[in-house]
Design a protein around this ligand. Structure first.
Ligand code: FMN
Length: 131
């Protein structure tokens, strides 16, 4: 199974756009055996996608072309045994400031983060989602 983490800059972000993306993601991902999480801030999308390799490659190609965001950059790719978000077609985390502050994002915290730090953010989310 393939896992990827990428980040991008929302293009004209608003709640309606985010709901639209999540609706589309959950419908398609259920069909394609994909799970993951999307962290969303005014200035940032940070998404983890996991599932069958071909399905992930196909989805990432579509996402990279999506004009609702820009500067799409892969931060991490791996072949893994177990999913981090087995129960989530697409978990969303739009609580401001919980993981990365707006100021931090603006000053390049995501670009500067190590792969372990990025994975750590998703591990924390997965833990919290279990309740
Ligand atoms: C930040 C972001 C995250 C997205 N995540 C997903 C996703 O997890 N699954 C998905 O199918 N589409 C996702 N999309 C939408 C895709 O880019 C594309 O519009 C969609 O897959 C096309 O679906 P359709 O073939 O049903 O029209 C995302 C788009 C953005 C901007």
């Amino acid at each position: 199974m393939k896992q990827i983490i990428y980040h991008s800059r929302p293009f004209g972000f608003d709640e309606a756009m985010l709901s639209g993306i999540l609706l589309q993601a959950r419908r398609n991902n259920a069909r394609d055996g994909i799970t993951g999480a999307l962290i969303c801030r005014q200035e940032l999308y940070l998404q983890l996608l996991e599932g069958p390799e071909e399905a992930i490659d196909r989805l990432y190609a579509k996402i990279a072309q999506d004009d609702r965001h820009a500067d799409v950059q892969v931060a991490y790719v791996a072949i893994v045994e177990a999913r981090m978000f087995p129960d989530w077609e697409m978990l969303d985390d739009s609580m401001p400031g919980v993981t990365f502050s707006c100021e931090g994002i603006a000053s390049g915290a995501i670009e500067a983060a190590t792969v372990d730090e990025l994975r750590g953010v998703f591990a924390l989310l997965a833990e919290r989602a279990k309740g």
